[in-house]
Design a protein around this ligand. Structure first.
Ligand SMILES: Cc1cc2nc3c(=O)[nH]c(=O)nc-3n(C[C@H](O)[C@H](O)[C@H](O)COP(=O)(O)O)c2cc1C
Length: 172
């Protein structure tokens, strides 16, 4: 399986987690890129896309993702299988925890993507989040500020489930 991991970051946490995700994808061919990198227009070479964003400001997606999605050709994400991950700070921002992940979900959905990799909310402490869709997170949620010790376990568990889900959707 050929996979592209794409991230935006300001202080480096999302890039760091993207590298952990890459390491967890054993046996897959993985490209790891920043959304600001050149030449990211065509995703047809990939079986699965994994997009990651931190949340900044008053609960918004990283600005680089907005620019990237706005500049995409209309159909470039149509029908593509995309899994999402988001970083936030549940202690400082419990009322808009990982909202950026929810915004990325809405943007990808609006472009016609097929979103995989929802994630259970058990074990997280927060009050509200735009990333909550039908009682689950719409992607993997990580908190490097308060729960960094959980990250590798969460990534490995999410990747295990995600690859199974990708296999199932492949055979349909
Ligand atoms: C000014 C500021 C605003 C933030 N706003 C939010 C927020 O609304 N919700 C949230 O969950 N995390 C928020 N965070 C936490 C960041 O998402 C978190 O630190 C993340 O790991 C940063 O990722 P990066 O290093 O890849 O940029 C904020 C952090 C800062 C410094």
């Amino acid at each position: 399986m050929k996979i592209l991991i794409l991230y935006a970051t300001t202080t480096g946490n999302t890039e760091y987690v993207a590298q952990i995700i890459k390491s967890a994808l054993k046996g897959c061919e993985v490209d790891l890129k920043n959304v600001n990198d050149e030449g990211l227009e065509n995703f047809n070479d990939y079986d699965l896309l994994i997009f990651g964003t931190p949340t900044w400001g008053e609960g918004t997606i990283h600005k680089d993702w907005k620019t990237f999605i706005e500049n995409l050709q209309e159909d470039s994400l149509k029908g593509k299988r995309i899994a999402l991950f988001g970083l936030g700070d549940s202690l400082m921002f419990p009322k808009h925890f990982v909202n950026g992940l929810g915004e990325l979900y809405s943007m990808c959905l609006a472009k016609g993507a097929n979103i995989l990799g929802s994630w259970e909310i058990e074990g997280y402490k927060f009050e509200n989040s735009k990333a909550l869709i039908s009682g689950k997170f719409c992607g993997l949620v990580l908190d490097q500020e308060n729960e960094a010790e959980q990250t590798v376990r969460r990534v490995n568990e999410w990747i295990r489930k995600l690859l199974l889900e990708a296999e199932e959707t492949d055979s349909r």
